[in-house]
Design a protein. Structure first.
Length: 333
């Protein structure tokens, strides 16, 4: 299934049904009187968060959602049936935004969470409603109240994950994710192999957590260079970020500082979020040279990195244990 994390839709609630003008006519019933029923209510527009969906791709092909109208009232004091509510199912983690994207209307973060977004129009009264002691045969009825006008909305999906995996293209993020989880991301020896976020469940001695891998960042991403920062929204909800840096490149410290700069420009609290820094591909340099690079990295960045290899598994258990500590300490507090 193709991944899609943003979609525009249009929604409209149902109109109420019209009331009815009717009089009871029956043999041997001398004074039948008015018996026109009320119209039915129009259908509501309701959003519901569901956990078995992880993309907004369905909204690319269906963009207009209109709830059914209420039925008209009928004679013999029969009210019209209410229009059925239209339930729009969205993935857990979906934000509902205004058409101009300036306002977050709702954040659907819990499975089963519901939001009545638009109410259907009320049904109109039939002539039975207007019968009084002085008006025994009213011929008045009301049309149903209209539902809402059609409203444009944006749906934006932010994946629910405990930890986020960041790094430049070819830092080994996809290999890392495939090593620690059952996820099967695309792995290749060219940049921007990952074109959409991937999720994997990491199991660490009974403390499982969800890890999100997003497409690589390069310098100028905040201005739209490369794939830009569009996918950073998928790690906004995480408790900790894992910065993966290729230890074999010429300037690992410079790559890390560039990544931090792009996070600061993006905002949304990512720059201040707890982080773990891992120098990946240590198997390519050997233990001694990797240790020297890590020492130089710590000196230049004031950050002590983990030295790992996603291919051989070196240092992975220690890193994942520390990540789990941060996640579960955060949730307990």
């Amino acid at each position: 299934m193709k991944f899609l994390d943003e979609a525009k839709i249009y929604v409209k609630s149902g109109d109420g049904g019209s009331g009815c003008v009717s009089f009871h006519r029956e043999k041997f019933v001398e004074f039948g009187g008015p018996d026109g029923g009320d119209g039915g209510r129009g259908g509501h527009i309701i959003f519901e968060a569901v956990k078995d969906v992880n993309t907004l791709i369905d909204f690319r092909y269906t963009q207009h959602f209109r709830a059914p109208n209420g039925n008209h009232g009928m004679g013999r004091n029969r009210s019209g049936a209410a229009g059925g509510d239209l339930v729009i199912k969205v993935p857990v983690g979906t934000e509902i935004l205004s058409e101009d994207k300036e306002e977050i209307i709702a954040d659907m973060i819990e499975p089963g969470q519901r939001l009545m977004f638009l109410k259907g129009g009320d049904g109109g009264f039939g002539n039975l409603h207007y019968k009084t002691a002085t008006n025994q045969a009213p011929r008045k009825k009301l049309p149903g109240w209209p539902g809402s006008d059609e409203v444009g909305l944006w749906l934006r999906l932010k994946l629910i994950a405990h930890a986020g995996l960041l790094g430049m293209p070819n830092a080994g993020k996809s290999t890392f994710l495939s090593r620690v989880s059952a996820a099967k991301p695309k792995i290749a020896d060219y940049p921007f192999t990952t074109l959409h976020p991937n999720l994997g469940v990491v199991k660490t001695t009974g403390r499982d957590f969800v890890l999100a891998d997003i497409p690589g960042l390069i310098e100028g991403a905040s201005e739209g260079t490369g794939l830009g920062t569009r996918f950073l929204g998928h790690v906004e909800r995480t408790s900790v970020l894992i910065h993966l840096v290729d230890i074999t490149q010429d300037d690992p410290a410079g790559a890390y500082k560039m990544l931090r700069k792009e996070l600061k420009k993006y905002g949304e609290g990512l720059y201040e979020k707890a982080e773990m820094v891992a120098l990946n591909k240590a198997d390519a340099l050997g233990k001694e040279l990797s240790a020297d690079v890590a020492k130089d990295f710590a000196k230049k960045t004031k950050t002590k990195p983990f030295v790992i290899s996603a291919v051989s598994g070196e240092g992975m258990d220690t890193l994942l244990s520390k990540v789990a500590d941060v996640i579960f300490d955060t949730h307990e507090n």
